[in-house]
Ligand binder design. Sequence first.
Ligand code: 3PG
Length: 214
Amino acid sequence: MLTPLAASLETERLCRLAPVIPVLVIDDAATARPLAEALVRGGLPVLEVTLRTDAALDVIREMAKVEGGVVGAGTLLTPSDVHAAQEAGARFGVSPGATDTLLEACESAGLPLLPGAATASEAMRLLERGYSVQKFFPAEANGGVPALKAIGAPIPQVRFCPTGGVSLKNAGEYLSLSNTLCVGGSWVAPKELIAKGDWAGIEALAREAAALPR
Ligand code: 3PG
């Protein structure tokens, strides 16, 4: 059992480890280990592996072995996703939105969850339950920096990891907001570089992202 308050303390700690959480959609588990090593070497230790590919659970298993990394599972939708992710070695979870069923599953499994919220009401409902650290998703499609800033005026006690459409170009603007702890994004692990096994290229992208001021 993990209370929402304890979950939020842990997700806040993770969000403070680096300015960017790579969002990883990986098709081939053989690429998992060198990819995670490159991202960690580049200064991004917290990794979100989306449960959107057949290989995702194997990817989590492989990445969990990488020293210095903290691997979590993204796209958690159901209790069975929560259990499968945890069994594979995920140390935290991320969801695009939040349902009571999903929140209960994470709390009873003891998996710290970064739950998604897109509106003031969603953020308030999560806060009421004790989740003060949330994922603002989909960030750009929801109005981006101005929207997140506006939510922060009446609800400053919720801190966010905006994700969805975030890139090197706009990450700095998000990170300058007082209610943003870090951002999530896939740009640090482009499919072409993974396919080529260009781990030095991915390390360089990670290094650039890790140097973003906040
Ligand atoms: C996703 O939906 O995959 C994440 O929100 C990442 O989005 P991005 O590819 O726009 O970074």
